[in-house]
Design a protein around this ligand. Structure first.
Ligand SMILES: Cc1cc2nc3c(=O)[nH]c(=O)nc-3n(C[C@H](O)[C@H](O)[C@H](O)COP(=O)(O)OP(=O)(O)OC[C@H]3O[C@@H](n4cnc5c(N)ncnc54)[C@H](O)[C@@H]3O)c2cc1C
Length: 363
């Protein structure tokens, strides 16, 4: 049974670890941060929205395939009675744009997909789509994945890896692996042996509120002064809602900033006044930001692990001093789409892993 080490316990590492187990490998996860950790904006997965709303253009069939496969798995996992059901919420989604829709939409494959007729669009919106999707509770979902991995016989070793060599030569105190899958998120920038400086952060800030009366997801991609301003509402199954968003490139500030929180609340209230229902308003007609603030549970932020060349899923080989080689499959650079790409990319990564292990056997 090949021994495989996965570096990383975000949604990408955990999904890859489960796919590797399904192929009969003996799998160990090595990670600095694990589900349940509440600190560290560089551990992105617990900080996500998260919904499955593909933004991938029809020119990128590879990434579309990854997202479609993931949606299929999410849909099955969110079936009533599934052991992961509690992590998901199936919702109607309204997707509004500041530009006209051109060509095929990447969302056409979603259940109940429709282009919203112009006369049904809110003021100021140029075009819109509606469909059914799923949202996830990231903390609950990553804990579920870790539990599933452990139940499948996987082992977990908490360690901050300075260099990939430490995993391969056994100096971390774990069994020497036959192969690695490397899923370090933004950690790809500094992990020795990789140091991919084309990885950068797109910092995202969110506000979690309690508003069980909102059960439709909404995104507004408005254009102002030539720039897209992304405002979104992601309802979760437990009545909590994520409000976003912000997209600040190469911003490594790990703390939520009050000015961005205020902007998120202000924009969302204009977008969806029903966030503050009539019975909570002082003045029937006009909900206020202060009234919305009274529903806030917490603010958060995380570093979306973007990469200039896009997602990297490929095989590399670590050369030992004695001339032997260990295959490493990279799976990182998922930016703002790591959840919606998780299962599709894990399948590709573990197919590459199987090919590399077969090639190694022939050496
Ligand atoms: C505000 C916000 C909203 C988002 N909304 C969505 C959404 O709606 N839908 C969606 O699909 N995506 C969304 N995302 C993006 C998504 O969260 C990320 O793409 C995804 O979490 C990346 O997962 P990952 O496993 O690659 O990285 P991470 O979750 O960061 O995990 C990296 C893992 O690698 C480990 N690691 C790194 N370096 C080392 C090292 N040297 N030694 C040991 N361990 C190491 C870390 O400890 C961690 O365990 C959102 C992100 C943000 C911030």
């Amino acid at each position: 049974m090949p021994r495989v080490v996965i570096i990383g316990a975000g949604v990408i590492g955990l999904s890859s670890a489960i796919r590797a187990q399904e192929r009969g490998h003996q799998v160990t996860i090595v990670a600095e941060y694990l589900p349940g950790d509440t600190h560290g904006a560089e551990y992105t997965s617990p900080r996500a929205g998260a919904h499955h709303v593909s933004e991938t253009g029809h020119e990128d069939l590879w990434k579309q395939g990854i997202e479609r496969e993931t949606f299929k798995v999410f849909w099955e996992m969110s079936e009533p009675g599934s052991d992961a059901e509690e992590c998901f919420f199936r919702i109607p989604q309204l997707q509004y744009h500041g530009l006209e829709l051109v060509g095929e939409s990447p969302l056409e494959f979603m259940p109940d997909y429709k282009v919203i007729p112009k006369d049904e669009l809110p003021p100021g919106i140029v075009s819109g789509e509606s469909f059914t999707t799923v949202t996830l509770d990231p903390k609950r979902y990553t804990a579920y994945l870790l539990g599933r991995f452990r139940a499948g016989g996987g082992t977990v070793h908490r360690a901050a890896v300075k260099h990939i060599r430490e995993v391969i030569d056994g100096s971390l105190g774990i069994t020497i692996p036959d192969a690695l899958v490397v899923c370090p998120g933004v950690g790809a920038r500094s992990l020795g042996g990789l140091e991919d400086k084309s990885v950068y952060s797109i910092r995202g800030q969110t506000v979690l509120i309690r508003a069980p009366w909102i059960t439709t997801g909404m995104t507004n991609k408005a254009i102002k002064d030539g720039q897209m301003i992304w405002t979104y509402i992601i309802p979760r199954r437990n009545g909590e809602i994520i409000l976003g968003g912000s997209t600040d490139e190469n911003d490594w500030d790990p703390q939520p900033r009050p000015d961005i929180t205020a902007s998120i609340l202000r924009r969302n209230l204009v977008f969806c006044p029903d966030l503050v229902p009539h019975h909570l308003r002082q003045n029937e007609a006009e909900p206020t930001v202060q009234e919305l603030e009274s529903l806030v549970i917490e603010t958060g932020c995380g570093f979306r692990p973007a990469r200039k060349e896009g997602i990297r899923i490929e095989t590399d080989w670590f050369e030992r001093e004695d001339g032997t080689r260990v295959p490493m499959v990279y799976n990182y650079g998922h930016g703002g789409g790591g959840y919606q790409g998780s299962w599709g990319s894990a399948t590709i990564a573990t197919n590459l892993l199987a090919d590399a292990l077969a090639a190694k056997r022939l050496e």
